[in-house]
Ligand binder design. Sequence first.
Ligand SMILES: Nc1ncnc2c1ncn2[C@@H]1O[C@H](COP(=O)(O)OP(=O)(O)OP(=O)(O)O)[C@@H](O)[C@H]1O
Length: 151
Amino acid sequence: MALEQTFIMIKPDGVQRGLIGEVIGRFEKKGFYLKAMKLINVEKSFAEKHYADLSSKPFFGGLVEYIVSGPVVAMVWEGKQVVSTGRKLVGATNPLAAEPGTIRGDFAVDIGRNVIHGSDSVENARKEIALWFPEGIAEWRSNQHPWIYEV
Ligand SMILES: Nc1ncnc2c1ncn2[C@@H]1O[C@H](COP(=O)(O)OP(=O)(O)OP(=O)(O)O)[C@@H](O)[C@H]1O
């Protein structure tokens, strides 16, 4: 069975608020595999590249300032339908609309401080992983695999 990969980033507010372990724990306990992770400060030009699709939006400048305001945790997670299911774990963009039980629903209030990013499609996940991890990602699979996945 081919497993998907997605790019997940804990934004500067999530790092500052001590939510790294909480976020990782939710993805781990679900049954997804952490394939790459780094805590880094990104340059403005890099943040602009990551959010290039939103460059015409009025909030673009503020969004880029937010992303460069402190370290972020960039991760690759692997699993069955991890792109769409990861978005469900993350919750709606506006945290006030995000369901309780989701990361944004449980830990955020404002759209401009929504703790986490998750790729919105398999194609964008591929692009984002290539952008953030040009060095490549780890190859491994949990020994618990047969206890999480039927095949
Ligand atoms: N109206 C807005 N005002 C301020 N910031 C916004 C607004 N809309 C979106 N953003 C910020 O831009 C990010 C990207 O917006 P997008 O529409 O791609 O939402 P998303 O896919 O849920 O979020 P992300 O890409 O971060 O996972 C949001 O997560 C949020 O931080």
